[in-house]
Design a protein around this ligand. Structure first.
Ligand code: PEP
Length: 275
């Protein structure tokens, strides 16, 4: 089986001043110091705290990401931040199409695709977010919505980019609500996403590249529910909001993902059946 990267990414949303970012990033770096078999740990502060976070994790394996970016290099686009500006700070990852951007800031499948192309062109690692609303889930539309979002995001994207892109399934109804998607269901939807990617790239014989794409689950991930998710075959990590804002909640998530890297992740059910 292909060994994919395991990733724990913390989306700090519109929280953390520079001072708070320095404290949190330093605490996370201290918490994983000397650890082996770590997942890729990505901290995603608001723009104004990116530099402080980067300074705080220097010398560690932690990477820093941005929550959004424009697809143009520069220009008269008041309030926007370009890929070049992120690279200049030392940013490695960028979230694209987070549901809060889609819900509140007019992000569309088309602009997701434009941002994805720009991220790839600038060698930023994109984490593309997809997920259905509660209404869509209750109307039985989960799979078709997610498939459409994935297909639109990947329009005109070269097969080789599948070695770089990360996709996060974040059901909108599970984000910041405390309602976590059952691990089996998250695993199933991520399986659909992988199958969709394979299907999109079957022309030219590139389906197998879908196996390389790390797939994350996001939506109310906490220390209490991560273990079960990390034991699922399609869940390669987590995109975490609320629980990434405190080192004492975020570090146990990194530890749970470390077990996946070590191949010892087990669901509660698995461990009970062995008793
Ligand atoms: C998120 O912001 O991407 C997220 C998943 O938030 P939360 O973990 O708070 O649901």
């Amino acid at each position: 089986m292909t060994k994919r990267k395991t990733i724990i990414a913390g989306n700090w949303k519109m929280f953390k001043t520079r001072k708070e970012a320095t404290e949190l990033a330093s605490a996370v770096a201290a918490g994983i110091k000397g650890e082996k078999d770590l997942p890729e740990v990505v901290l995603i502060p608001p723009f104004t705290s990116i530099e402080a976070a980067i300074e705080s994790v220097r010398g560690s394996s932690i990477a820093v990401g941005a929550q959004n970016m424009d697809w143009r290099d520069d220009g008269a686009f008041t309030g926007e931040v370009s890929p070049l500006m992120l690279l200049d700070l030392g940013v490695k990852y960028v979230l694209i199409g987070h549901s809060e951007r889609r819900q509140f800031f007019g992000e569309t499948n088309q602009t997701v695709n434009q941002r994805l192309k720009a991220a790839l062109a600038h060698k930023l690692i994109p984490i593309v977010c997809v997920g259905e609303t509660l209404d869509e889930r209750e109307s039985g539309l989960t799979d078709s919505v997610v498939r459409r979002q994935v297909a639109a995001a990947l329009a005109e994207i070269e097969p080789a980019a599948l070695d770089i892109i990360i996709v996060a399934y974040e059901p909108v109804w599970a984000i910041g609500t405390g309602k976590v998607c059952e691990a089996d269901e998250a695993d199933r939807v991520l399986g659909q996403i992988r199958a969709t990617i394979a299907d999109l790239y079957k022309e030219g014989g590139h389906s197998a590249r879908a196996e390389q794409v790390p797939l994350l689950y996001g939506g109310s991930v906490k220390p209490a529910n991560i273990e079960e998710q990390m034991a699922k075959p399609e869940i390669d990590g987590a995109l975490v909001g609320g629980a990434s804002l405190k080192a004492e909640e975020f570090l146990p998530l990194v530890k749970a993902a470390q077990k996946r890297v070590q191949g010892t992740a087990k669901t509660t059910k698995d461990s009970l059946s062995k008793v």
